[in-house]
Design a protein around this ligand. Structure first.
Ligand SMILES: C[S@@+](CC[C@H](N)C(=O)[O-])C[C@H]1O[C@@H](n2cnc3c(N)ncnc32)[C@H](O)[C@@H]1O
Length: 582
């Protein structure tokens, strides 16, 4: 029998003073009750703020939400909306609230409970208002619970006219996911809620890249999964919906503390026993694959700290959430090379990354060399930036563009760093790797650039593509015995349309295109014979029969015509324009 007050993960102390506390599991359960009662969910916050203010908040424009919340909070709490505005003001907008407002909104947890959980701290300015003068260092130097170094807070007992005010110590955001309904995710406050440069051990909330990876992962049920570089734990939450067990790792104690808090706060939605989480989740501290060496996983996901940052000789200045501490794109090359080593047979890894593109070479030349022999790989480049665009993006990301001189020096450091390696472009995209089930399995390495908008979540479409590729590989293996795809019946996918372009008066179309409306939304150019093939794919004739009929029609009885046509047909299957008939 595990005592109710036993720590969830005894190997981790609750000693990260600048992260939420997980010491008191009962307090976490009570907080979850309060948050549920406040309908602090994505839908609840949208309904409270109204669609326009909510959408503005998504663009980091806080003012409309602030006006709406203040109106609700100041207008009395008869409808309960005044109380519902309090967590939004506090944790999404970075505003201060009064002790009374907090007490009413969180009747079960209470102000003391929120403070004990390290979710709130005394506001430096007891008169309230904006948090604009604060800097990130406030929290670093004076962790939650400590008021040392901050201006004295007015004590309401001695000065009842001025009520004590509180501000968020962290961000606590509702997250609507396909996992277990609504979750709450704690992370560090962003620069729009707490102006000034981010602290260097900033724990990222759910950002654009987090969502990109979450939508890219193929959600096939698996036994053991690994979330490498977990941060606030967002990838682990998704993994817990389709993995029996998830191991999360991070180099940062603060990140692991936030992940612990989030896992336990959402224990019921994530199907975790907070008193005994081990059978579902384990946590490891350490760099890259070091904490899991010698183990095997069915699925590894990672949104690693892939940002290429100039080595300035002062590692303390790097941002842990985005800078893995290695030169150039070495984080990504290391992971692509080494991840297959922790995959179980048939297991796969999915990660995001940046890679350098050396002057005068195709984008895929370098990244191709990262893929070790004997593994399947599919690398999709989604975007390519110049060194100037890259420096601009990442200096803005960490709010480092405030001090003009420092900004110029950092910008120059980025450009010098890229120039030193003859880098003319930086690619961004996703990497999928798979260890074959048996060493004799055929492997395929595909690198492609897809920069247009694709359907999200794209994971199911990627999984279907892998399924088709495996189906083709099985036929290629059988082709030696004369079977191949020639005996298969094929159908045109539901989302595919054909587009013909013809000069006015011309007898035949000059261009025939096939377009996908869903998934990767590919467009492909068809030859006349391939267009003829596709138009006949209604499941009545086998691929071989259609190819034979076309050969006769076009008076091309040579075997090369048929085999080349069937190779093109295979590519249409691989890309999802044609599907094996069920
Ligand atoms: C970009 S954040 C991703 C966080 C989260 N997984 C997500 O998808 O939003 C990268 C995470 O990797 C961690 N990290 C940085 N260097 C690392 C290393 N060498 N090994 C493992 N994790 C590292 C950071 O602390 C951070 O939490």
């Amino acid at each position: 029998m595990i005592p109710a007050d036993a720590p969830a993960w005894p190997e981790f102390d609750d000693d990260v003073a600048s992260a939420p506390s997980t010491r008191d599991l009962a307090a976490l359960a009570v907080l979850a009750d309060d948050l549920t009662a406040l309908d602090y969910t994505v839908d609840g916050v949208e309904a409270l703020l109204g669609a326009a203010a909510y959408a503005a908040l998504g663009r980091d424009q806080l003012v409309p939400a602030l006006l709406a919340c203040r109106r609700l909070a100041d207008g009395g709490s008869e409808s309960g909306d005044g109380a519902r505005a309090i967590p939004v003001l506090l944790w999404l907008l970075g505003e201060t609230v009064t002790e009374q407002e907090l007490g009413q909104a969180f009747p079960r947890t209470g102000v003391a409970g929120l403070e004990q959980l390290r979710l709130i701290e005394h506001a430096a300015d007891s008169a309230g208002g904006s948090t604009a003068e604060r800097t990130a260092e406030d929290t670093a130097d004076h962790p939650a619970g400590s008021t040392a170094g901050t201006p004295a807070v007015t004590d309401p007992v001695t000065d009842p006219a001025r009520e004590r005010r509180w501000r968020a110590a962290v961000e606590l955001r509702p997250y609507g996911s396909d996992v277990g309904g609504s979750l709450w995710v704690a992370s560090d406050l962003g620069s729009e809620q707490r102006p000034g440069p981010l602290r260097h051990d900033h724990v990222l909330g759910i950002g654009g890249a987090s969502l990109t990876l979450a939508r890219t992962v193929m959600r096939t049920p698996v036994g053991r999964a690994l979330d490498l570089g977990t941060g606030c734990g967002i990838q682990a939450f998704h993994l817990l919906a389709h993995a029996g067990h998830v191991t999360v790792t991070d180099i940062s104690d603060r990140a692991l503390a936030f992940a612990r808090f989030n896992l336990l706060l959402n224990a019921s939605a994530l199907d975790i026993d907070p008193h005994r989480p081990g059978p579902r989740v384990s946590l490891r501290r350490g760099s890259l694959l070091e904490p899991v060496r010698g183990e095997e996983f069915d699925l590894v996901v990672s949104n690693p700290p892939f940002v290429i940052t100039p080595r300035t000789g002062s590692p303390g200045r790097a941002y842990t959430y985005r800078d893995g501490g290695l030169a150039g794109d070495a984080i990504v090359s290391t992971l692509v090379r080494e991840l297959p080593g922790v995959l179980a047979p048939g297991g796969s890894a999915q990660l995001l990354g940046n890679w350098e593109i050396t002057e005068g070479t195709p984008w895929d030349r370098r990244i191709r060399t990262f893929v070790p022999p004997g593994v399947d790989a599919w690398i999709i480049q989604r975007e390519q930036l110049t060194p100037v665009q890259y420096a601009e993006t990442w200096l803005r990301d960490a709010a480092e563009n405030r001090d003009r001189e420092a900004y110029a020096a950092s910008f120059a450091a980025y450009l010098d760093d890229f120039a030193a390696r003859d880098v003319e472009g930086i690619g961004f995209g996703s990497v999928w790797l798979r260890r074959p089930r048996k060493p004799s399995d055929l492997v395929r390495v595909t690198l492609e650039e897809i920069t247009h908008d694709i359907e999200q979540p794209v994971g199911p479409h990627l999984a279907a593509a892998i399924g088709r590729s495996d189906w083709l590989a099985a036929h290629t293996e059988q082709a030696a015995t004369g079977v191949g795809i020639a005996d298969e019946f094929l159908l045109v996918a539901e989302d595919v349309t054909e587009e013909r372009h013809q000069r006015p008066g011309a007898e035949h179309p000059g261009v025939i295109l096939l377009r996908q409306g869903a998934g990767l939304r590919r467009t492909t150019l068809l030859s006349t014979e391939l267009a003829g093939f596709v138009s006949t794919c209604d499941g009545d004739l086998t691929a071989g029969q259609i190819a034979g009929a076309l050969a006769m029609l076009l008076d091309r009885p040579d075997a090369a015509f048929t085999s080349e046509l069937l190779l093109d047909v295979e590519q249409l299957v691989r890309e999802g324009f044609l599907l094996p008939a069920p």
